[in-house]
Design a binder for this molecule. Structure first.
Ligand SMILES: C[C@H](O)[C@H](O)[C@@H](O)C(=O)CO
Ligand code: MN
Length: 409
């Protein structure tokens, strides 16, 4: 169906497709660097991911160095409508030096900043509290050894400095998201002590106020090897974020599979000014599958729009699949997030809300189901065309061709 016909159909429902397209164009998504290389990073001194996260698969074409990763990202961005951000982890430094985690400095990341300037995009950042010999006990900021805690506190402080300088030089505050893998495989005796140490370490790490950056904290239910207790649980970080004024990061893979992260948004938004999302697709556990345009993602986007949270929610992605083309994974996942947002922006919210407020749940159900038949795909195709980005079979060919060009790496 042509766009003009689709536009008229939406207009019959009181929905302005032009307004939806304009709004979607202004929503940046923070694309995670780690899908491009299976969370390996570019340090010369560390080992495998660790920390209970795991990329599986051996598809050809993994980016092996910053130049390859940047080339892959440039291709991926060229297939995604709009301007987006890059979310960089500290282990993705670009330097001939081999600084340890407590020695990293801004200069080790300047090539990324220069590239981001060229691309006209903002950067976000993350300390890397895993894939390191000092994280092998699955304890970092909450480790009983004060020396190990001090090492990781220093790492965290340095990432805040680096994020602040990135934010300053790019004219857009960088979010520095803290995820620590700390936990216990078997039942701990003293959870309180571990949580007290984590809190104290975080307080020390975050003690200095920094301009041009924002702190976020990310909770988790469990990871491989820390099944009995995660020190930084949801309750721990929800309380911490509210008390300390940080952002709270909600990762869709970090809760029990029956919990709805979409439902949590309005609940936490009443106590927190800003939220960070890690949009992901858990399958039985935090498996980090590429996100689909499925009910979970649609529900998330609908909450963001219906609760008017887009202005204070930062949308980041967190998935990594090494069994498929890594560039295709980025493109498909990011476009699905955008499609979900477009779907939500094309809903007649006033009418739906009026039915609910009148307790007319029959009309509410009739509306939500009839609205599913509207031609969202035609509006999406128009958005892609206006952004000079392909869709449909041309996209399939473009993704294939790029993958073929990197398969010999
Ligand atoms: C690599 C990321 O920091 C990581 O995926 C983290 O955000 C997470 O979700 C760990 O399970
Ligand atoms: Mn995450």
């Amino acid at each position: 169906m042509g766009y003009e016909t689709a536009k008229a159909q939406f207009a019959e429902w009181g929905v302005d497709t032009e307004a939806a397209i304009a709004r979607l164009k202004g929503i940046p998504i923070s694309v995670h660097c780690w899908q491009g290389d299976d969370v390996v990073g570019f340090e010369s001194r560390t080992g495998s991911s660790g920390g209970g996260i795991q990329a599986t698969g051996n598809h050809p074409g993994r980016a092996r160095n910053p130049d390859e990763l940047r080339a892959d990202l440039e291709f991926a961005y060229s297939q995604i409508p709009g301007k987006h951000r890059l979310n960089l982890h500290a282990m993705y430094l670009d330097t001939d030096e081999a600084p340890d985690r407590d020695e990293i400095e801004y200069r080790h990341f300047v090539p990324w900043v220069d590239w981001a300037k060229d691309q006209g995009i903002g950067l976000d950042f993350n300390p890397t509290f895993f894939a390191h010999v000092k994280a092998d006990d699955n304890l970092t900021l909450s480790h009983p050894d004060a020396g190990i805690r001090a090492f990781w506190i220093e790492h965290g402080k340095r990432t805040r400095d680096i994020a602040a300088q990135m934010g300053r030089d790019l004219g857009s505050p960088a979010i520095n998201n803290i995820w620590v893998p700390d936990g216990y495989k078997d039942l701990p005796i003293d959870r309180m002590a571990a949580r007290g140490r984590l809190e104290e370490s975080l307080d020390t790490m975050l003690s200095e106020t920094k301009p041009n950056m924002r702190d976020a904290v990310e909770s988790k239910l469990f990871g491989i090897g820390v099944e009995a207790c995660t020190v930084g649980s949801h309750e721990f970080y929800l309380g911490y974020a509210i008390r300390k004024g940080t952002l709270l990061c909600l990762d869709m893979g970090h809760f029990h599979p029956t919990e709805s992260i979409a439902d949590k948004l309005s609940a936490v938004a009443l106590s927190l000014p800003e939220i960070l999302l890690h949009v992901s697709r858990p399958m039985r556990w935090d498996s980090d599958h590429v996100i689909l345009l499925n009910d979970d993602i649609l529900a998330m986007a609908q909450e963001l729009v219906s609760a008017d949270l887009l202005g204070r929610t930062h949308i980041g992605l967190d998935f990594f699949d090494a069994t498929i083309s890594r560039t295709a994974a980025w493109v498909i996942g990011t476009r699905n997030m955008q499609k979900a947002l477009l779907n939500a922006l094309l809903k007649p919210w006033g009418r739906l809300r009026a039915a609910e407020d009148a307790l007319d749940f029959t009309t509410r159900l009739t509306l939500t189901e009839e609205l599913k038949d509207l031609p969202y795909g035609s509006v999406w195709a128009e958005f892609c065309a206006r952004s000079d980005v392909t869709s449909g079979q041309t996209l399939v060919r473009d993704l294939d061709a790029y993958q073929a060009s990197v398969a010999d790496r």
